[in-house]
Design a protein around this ligand. Structure first.
Ligand SMILES: [Zn+2]
Length: 206
């Protein structure tokens, strides 16, 4: 984390990050990307035979780390954390700490499938990858990038929004909640099988 490109540098920032990392432990961070949707069926059971992939499931590509100035070495794998409350099945996402207003970047080429305001996730974006096999979910944004619209094509690295603490994120711990899920055949933006983003963002286990 020291020396992160565009991020605030120096001891102050390091202390800030360290403090946040602690603050996030046990934080009821958002979100079930699926359960939050309107008109969605009840949260799907943990293992649904109807949506189980046949054969070897596709893997997401190597992705761009979606918060400007953050390095892969700063990531912590929080996918399997159990936080109860809003996330009965576990976190199923990664939280990337950054100051409010830090640009959030499209992790891959693709299309903006849905701009959605949810109680746990706050201001969120659902992006489909070019193949339509995966959805990328960005939550707790402070706001969208100017002009961002549903159906819009985006390129990897495009600014789509800004880090914030909307939804159920703690106001003193702004971060991007980022999730990936494999879409089912119906390509419903609110429904899919969670994939751990950590390795696809370059994260390495200690
Ligand atoms: Zn989270």
């Amino acid at each position: 984390m020291a020396g992160a490109g565009g991020a605030p540098a120096g001891a102050g920032a390091r202390r800030w990050r360290a403090g946040l990392a602690l603050a996030l432990l046990g934080l009821g961070c958002a979100v079930g990307s699926q359960a939050a949707a309107p008109n969605a069926p009840a949260p799907r059971p943990a293992a649904s035979p109807a949506t189980a992939p046949v054969g070897v499931p596709a893997e997401p590509p190597a992705l761009l780390l979606p918060v400007q100035g953050i390095k892969a070495s700063e990531l912590r794998d929080t996918f399997a954390e159990r936080r109860g409350g809003d996330e009965p099945r576990g976190h199923e996402a990664i939280d990337i700490l950054a100051p409010t207003g830090t640009p959030v970047l499209a992790t891959d080429d693709g299309r903006i499938a849905k701009l959605f305001l949810s109680k746990p996730g706050g201001i969120t974006v659902y992006q489909f990858d070019p193949s339509g096999k995966f959805a990328y979910y960005y939550a707790h944004l402070a706001r969208y990038a100017d002009g961002l619209a549903e159906g819009q094509s985006v390129k990897r690295g495009a600014v789509i929004g800004y880090v914030g603490a909307t939804g159920n994120a703690r106001s003193d711990a702004p971060h991007l909640h980022f999730a990936i899920f494999r879409l089912g055949p119906e390509k419903q933006w609110w429904k899919g099988e969670p994939v751990n983003p950590f390795g696809y963002l370059g994260g390495k286990k200690p």
